[in-house]
Design a protein around this ligand. Structure first.
Ligand SMILES: NC(=O)c1ccc[n+]([C@@H]2O[C@H](COP(=O)([O-])OP(=O)(O)OC[C@H]3O[C@@H](n4cnc5c(N)ncnc54)[C@H](OP(=O)(O)O)[C@@H]3O)[C@@H](O)[C@H]2O)c1
Length: 333
């Protein structure tokens, strides 16, 4: 563990825009508030949520994130590293603890602040890169499947699960979790990712560049859509009589942006009695500890698109912004 410094290297932006708005900067090391831990970051991982914050889109996000420029300048939230200082009210963590979770000050930096109840311990057998890669995406996969009736520990034998975006961050974890629960899993991705998705455990793969998802039989118990390229009504038509669709946003898509999609899904659920389920995944120490256990025992293993150094943070973000990363983009610090 290094001695805490007063300044740090970070990747930050002062204007909303594409990845070229992000640049290496030197910033003061943030000071922990009463319930914060200060973590010396070893690895960070990126998500579409970081792209939304980078672009300031959907624009409604700017109400919380800064109307004309980002108030938190450092992007990234998933991180893993070592606690170097704790706030006055923190009792559970101390300097030297290896933790992973959600940084509230941005994770593309040498140091990051996290609330004490949004981190969990990294098991000895798990690398910081794998831990960081599993924060938001693995939790969302777990929470989405749970919303569709496949909670951790559930027996999904006999259920048919369709994962759209199976080679993405969430999809790659969802394939593994649904398979572990005993489900029959079909993954949707492009042909270049078909082998990777099969290696995650998928029983079948649909190459969306050659076949239309809408030609599949109407027998799915769960359709976990992480892309949004197919209108949700068309996905609903592919469900079994009790099956449900998880319209999990998407960077853009046929049903509008992520917030509009959630509103539409819930409106149709109540007005048209469609079987849509939306969910909002939030990290907690308990949920992250569950993910840590699954990483340690081999139930989960992140699919990693690329591992890049902090200085190439902008390039890392543009890989995620493309919408075609194969699994997680990890940044080592
Ligand atoms: N509800 C929540 O709490 C929650 C939490 C976190 C994230 N999210 C949302 O979940 C969504 C997915 O996140 P993610 O991290 O999984 O995204 P991601 O990793 O960026 O997804 C990229 C993957 O999508 C695949 N893809 C692109 N177009 C496709 C298509 N038409 N059909 C099938 N696959 C396609 C790509 O494969 P190819 O290169 O082969 O095309 C790529 O591997 C995002 O919109 C995010 O905002 C929701």
């Amino acid at each position: 563990m290094k001695t805490a410094m007063s300044t740090m290297n970070a990747i930050a932006h002062d204007r909303y825009g594409e990845a070229d708005a992000l640049a290496p900067v030197t910033l003061p090391v943030p000071s922990p508030g009463p319930r914060d831990v200060l973590v010396e970051v070893e690895a960070a991982a990126l998500n579409p949520a970081d792209v939304f914050k980078m672009r300031g889109q959907p624009r409604v996000l700017r109400l919380a994130g800064g109307l004309t420029r980002p108030t938190v300048r450092v992007r990234g939230s998933d991180m893993a590293g070592t606690v170097v200082a704790v706030g006055a009210e923190v009792t559970h963590w101390r300097a030297g603890d290896r933790v992973f979770g959600e940084a509230r000050s941005g994770s593309l930096a040498e140091y990051a602040l996290a609330r004490d109840d949004r981190v969990a311990r990294i098991p000895d057998a798990v690398t910081p890169a794998d831990a960081a890669a599993s924060v938001m995406a693995a939790l969302a996969a777990r929470d989405g499947l749970a919303a569709a009736g496949i909670a951790p520990g559930a027996d999904a034998t006999g259920k048919r699960v369709l994962v759209i975006g199976a080679s993405g961050g969430i999809g790659s974890f969802a394939v593994q979790l649904a398979k572990h629960a005993g489900a029959h899993v079909t993954g949707v991705c492009s042909g270049r990712n078909a082998d990777a998705v099969r290696a995650l455990g998928a029983d079948g793969v649909v190459d969306y560049t050659r076949e239309s998802v809408t030609d599949l039989p109407a027998w799915f118990d769960v359709i976990f859509d992480n892309v949004g390229a197919v209108p949700m009504e068309e996905l609903h038509a592919l469900t079994s009589p009790t099956g449900m669709v998880l319209p999990n946003s998407g960077l853009a898509g046929a049903d509008g942006g992520p917030l509009m999609k959630v509103l539409r899904a819930n409106a149709r659920r109540f007005l048209l009695r469609r079987r849509y389920r939306t969910f909002l995944s939030m990290p907690s120490t308990a949920a992250l500890a569950e993910i840590a256990g699954a990483l340690a025992d081999g139930t989960l293993s992140p699919l990693v698109d690329a591992v890049l150094p902090l200085a190439r943070g902008s390039e890392a973000m543009s890989r995620v912004a493309s919408g075609h990363a194969r699994g997680k983009v990890v940044v080592v610090v």
